[in-house]
Design a protein around this ligand. Sequence first.
Ligand code: ZN
Length: 160
Amino acid sequence: MALRNLVLEGDPLLRKTSRPVEEITPRIIKLLDDMADTMYFEGRGIGIAAPQVGVLRRVFIVDVGDEHGLIEFINPEILEASGSQTDNEGCLSVPGKTCEVERPSHIKVKALDRNGNEFELEADDLLARCICHENDHLNGILFIDKSVDGKIYKTENAED
Ligand code: ZN
């Protein structure tokens, strides 16, 4: 098990656009494994993107606790988005803050898995929200940029 340090809001790395993975090397596999360790260690995480551990590659993972379990995405592309849902979001890189964000309620996404095989996935509700949130990280976008009412709230377990 290997934990990686989380990059936090304010670090310019979170605002950069990540580059596609050209080849799935052992480094990328290790990155995926470490990202999962880091996400589960933090407990409250249901997704994490590579820039959040300081790697500007188009890679993220999600596990919203449904029947899909852990899903790994390399070079993801959102092919379709429809419907709308608005709910609270948080982020491991933005501790102690939450806000309401509008997302599509249904998406279709394609990506490569760790073996280099392309897959397509249709996702609804929380899974769709989580995938959109993580995909935004690859483009330097944070959920706090998308607050529907422009307000950012402190969560109860905020340190200050
Ligand atoms: Zn996030």
